[in-house]
Design a protein around this ligand. Structure first.
Ligand code: CU
Length: 470
């Protein structure tokens, strides 16, 4: 993690040069200084120095936008622009975002705040910003054509409204949405309660991230915007495992995780080792009578969910989307299943013609995690991530909740791998294996059959065997 000193202050960067070319200096003078972020790392919480106090959130692989107070109004400046987002170390994508990154910075305000957001458009096409879930005057809702003129390239628009109710929200364009969302334009919005709220608990750690998805061909940089469902990069805040930071907490912390879904499918987000309750949606805090414990919360398209739990179990706990293809990186999907198919003969023949030929998937796909096959430049391997016990064989929407006794309050540093107490790790059994007892029964069926049994078909299942016994 980096300190806030690492924030690039507008000037001196490429974006400033673009700004000078598109927006006049006189016009910019009245606006709050645009703040740009150059790092894809998780920034420490931005403690409020002006305005009403609140407990800030931590945006996973993201940051919170600083503001200025102007006669009691909280003023922010969002800059819609092309960005280069490092989606994982060694893999960069050309996206569209806000203030240097995709997603844009998190906006944090307090219930009752009057908020003014300046939006400068440095994209090659018009845009607008919709404030998802907010109660606001209709003309501030950001639907281009319906409630406002779209913001043309080089123009700056002003949105102003009171953040009327506390909760978990987001922002995204409502102009050429299919393109602009596929290119990564989106951001988080948190409205903190003004006073103690009966349905909003104080927590020790408050994380947030958006679910998003991209289709970037191996070796290329720009997402294919026409893809509807078959994405190859499933990301949290435009990061893919192992590029997604861990969620580091102290044992017995009360933890809140806020997740929004701006992809085109649902994502069942699953946490290991703990039960949680859904304490809020984009409609607000949930009534306590509607809460039940679960370990997976399905987050539908366009929805937001706030989950809360007591992190009382020490360890390194996986948190991930439960759709198994969403925990993989770039791969082709038109690949036949080869599990159990013996390639030995054919592989031998092919290698005489193509010396580098290799067989994939004969024993499952786990070999892909270790494979040192040449891949195009700027490509994320299908699965990767090295844990203390070997390859984690994951990609995409996967991270780790690290619960530690000695994590200091407010410290979000990665504590390293968990040191398991002796005798608490699954271990190899070295005793003798008994012959399997076969269950003997004719079985039954719901109704008598009209036709007699046909002769049985023999299905050959080739069980993998080690080399130890031959
Ligand atoms: Cu998913």
């Amino acid at each position: 993690m980096q300190s806030r000193r690492h924030f690039l202050r507008g000037a001196g960067t490429l974006t400033a040069a673009v700004a000078a070319a598109t927006v006049s200096k006189v016009a910019m003078a009245a606006l709050p200084e645009p703040v740009s972020q150059a790092s894809p790392n998780t920034m420490p919480p931005l403690l409020p120095r002006t305005g009403r106090p609140y407990n800030p959130v931590v945006t996973l692989n993201g940051w919170t936008l600083p503001w200025r107070m102007n006669n009691g109004v909280k003023e922010f400046h969002l800059v819609a622009e092309p960005v280069e987002r490092e989606m994982a170390p060694g893999f960069k994508a050309h996206l569209w975002g806000y203030n240097g990154q995709s997603p844009g910075p998190t906006i944090e305000v307090v219930e009752g705040d009057r908020v003014r957001v300046f939006v400068t458009n440095r994209l090659p096409e018009h845009t607008s910003v919709h404030w998802h879930g907010q109660r606001l005057p209709n003309g501030m809702d950001g639907v281009s054509g319906l409630t406002q003129k779209s913001i043309q390239p080089g123009k700056t628009y002003v949105y102003e409204f009171v953040a009327r109710r506390p909760g978990t929200f987001m922002y995204h364009p409502h102009a050429d949405e299919m393109t602009q969302m596929a290119m990564g334009m989106m951001g988080f919005w948190v409205t903190h309660p003004k006073t103690r709220h009966p349905l909003i608990e104080e927590v020790d750690r408050d994380f947030c991230f958006l679910l998003n998805a991209y289709d970037i061909d191996p070796g290329s940089y720009t997402p294919k915007i026409m893809t509807m469902l078959d994405f190859n990069l499933w990301s949290w805040n435009s990061r893919i495992f192992p590029g997604i930071d861990t969620l580091n907490v102290r044992q017995n912390d009360k933890v809140r995780i806020r997740v929004g879904n701006l992809t085109m499918t649902n994502h069942p987000i699953h946490l290991h080792g703990h039960e949680f309750t859904v304490t809020g949606t984009d409609g607000g805090p949930t009534p306590t009578g509607s809460r039940w414990p679960e370990v997976t919360a399905d987050i539908g398209v366009g929805q937001m969910r706030q989950i809360e739990f007591l992190a009382d179990e020490e360890g390194d706990w996986a948190i991930h989307c439960h759709k198994s293809h969403h925990t993989m990186n770039a791969m082709g999907h038109e690949v036949p299943t080869m599990i159990g198919v013996d390639h030995r003969g054919i592989a031998k023949q092919i290698t005489q013609l193509v010396p580098d030929y290799m067989v994939m998937g004969e024993r499952g796909m786990a070999d892909m995690g270790e494979m040192e096959m040449p891949i195009p430049d700027n490509t994320a391997r299908m699965m990767t991530g090295q844990g203390p016990f070997g390859g984690v064989e994951m990609g995409g929407m996967f991270s780790v909740l690290k619960v530690r006794k000695n994590q200091k309050p407010g410290d979000y540093k990665d504590p390293g791998w968990f040191k398991h107490p002796q005798g608490t790790v699954a271990f190899e059994y070295n005793g003798a294996l008994a012959k399997p007892a076969r269950f003997q029964s004719k079985g039954g069926q719901t109704m008598p059959r009209a036709q007699p049994d046909s002769p049985p078909v023999e299905v050959k299942v080739r069980k993998p065997v080690g080399h130890a016994d031959h």
